[in-house]
Design a protein around this ligand. Structure first.
Ligand SMILES: [Zn+2]
Length: 310
């Protein structure tokens, strides 16, 4: 059975936007960015990576029209009728939508999913079923309109990704992306996040995600990828990823990005891709106290993920 959707699982600031864009260079692949946020970016009329505002982007407008037929939802007039999941956003939040009751409802449904997934069970409550239905309808619309075989969703939320896998195992593949936690800490501190919170977020993500993934998804459906490997040898790594996704080999690095419409994600999605090289600024830029704090609280997990000494 063919792969239709690839979902990236990673903590923030780990290179998921880069990965999404690189995969999207393949003629059979469409990058969606953090598509779970599309209803919000549409409501707030944020820019698409094509340069248009969301409400004016021809690509997303045609996806919206397609959804009117497939789901019976008029996304352009009522974006939040489409619900692909609720993820707390750090910089762009629509407070009118991100209400306490909505957050609590999602938290309960996710806690229930998490409890099941740790035992290899899939317990989607009606809210999750609806979110999965909507996500799959968006993927389907994009594939139908673009003629692509695979869409890449870098929304990163692992419970959602595993639930989508469990719903369509034959068509879904997961890419677990990791980056040296010290680099993530450095990057997050650069954006103004406090050291302790930055370490805890990174640690929590992998500590909670790994048991769910191990219990709920067979190894053949997961590609374990290190950011450093992707950035240092993009050509080889991408060919391995294409094979994993059932796609033909393609020299994508000689191709230009064109017609890219990513809904949300890291601001690097608006910049030219340029030469690919590992970003190792943390090695000189991470303060000694932050290194020591990281080592004390997350050093063991970092080593377990394959990061040994500097
Ligand atoms: Zn666009």
């Amino acid at each position: 059975m063919s792969v239709r959707q690839a979902l990236v699982l990673s903590s923030g600031r780990s290179g998921s936007t880069l990965l999404d864009r690189l995969l999207g260079l393949h003629p059979q692949v469409r990058s969606l960015g953090e598509v779970v946020h599309w209803p919000k970016t549409l409501t707030l009329d944020e820019p698409c990576t094509c340069g248009e505002r969301m409400t004016q982007c021809p690509f997303w407008c045609s996806v919206a029209r397609h959804l009117q037929h497939s789901l019976g939802i008029d996304v352009l007039h009522d974006p939040y009728a489409l619900d692909m999941g609720l993820i707390g956003a750090t910089h762009l939040r629509d407070e009118a939508y991100y209400t306490l009751s909505r957050r609590m409802g999602n938290r309960f449904a996710q806690a229930w999913l998490w409890a099941g997934m740790r035992m290899g069970q899939h317990w989607p409550l009606p809210l999750v079923r609806r979110q999965n239905l909507h996500s799959l309808a968006v993927y389907e619309a994009v594939r139908a309109l673009s003629g692509s075989a695979v869409v890449v969703d870098s929304s990163k939320q692992y419970l959602r990704a595993i639930s989508l896998y469990r719903q369509e195992p034959q068509h879904t593949r997961l890419v677990m992306l990791v980056r040296d936690g010290r680099a993530v800490l450095h990057s997050r501190m650069q954006t103004g996040l406090g050291m302790e919170e930055a370490v805890q977020r990174w640690k929590r993500y992998y500590q909670r995600m790994q048991p769910c993934l191990a219990a709920s998804v067979p190894a053949h459906a997961v590609f374990q990828l290190r950011y450093e490997q992707l950035a240092a040898s993009p050509q080889d790594t991408l060919q391995q990823l294409f094979r994993f996704l059932g796609l033909d080999p393609c020299d994508v690095l000689s191709r230009d990005e064109s017609d890219v419409h990513m809904t949300a994600g890291n601001a690097m999605r608006f910049k030219p891709l340029g030469a690919i090289a590992p970003d190792l600024r943390w090695q000189t830029g991470l303060p000694a106290d932050a290194r020591a704090y990281f080592e004390q609280h997350a050093g063991q997990l970092n080593r377990q993920l394959g990061y040994h000494d500097d």
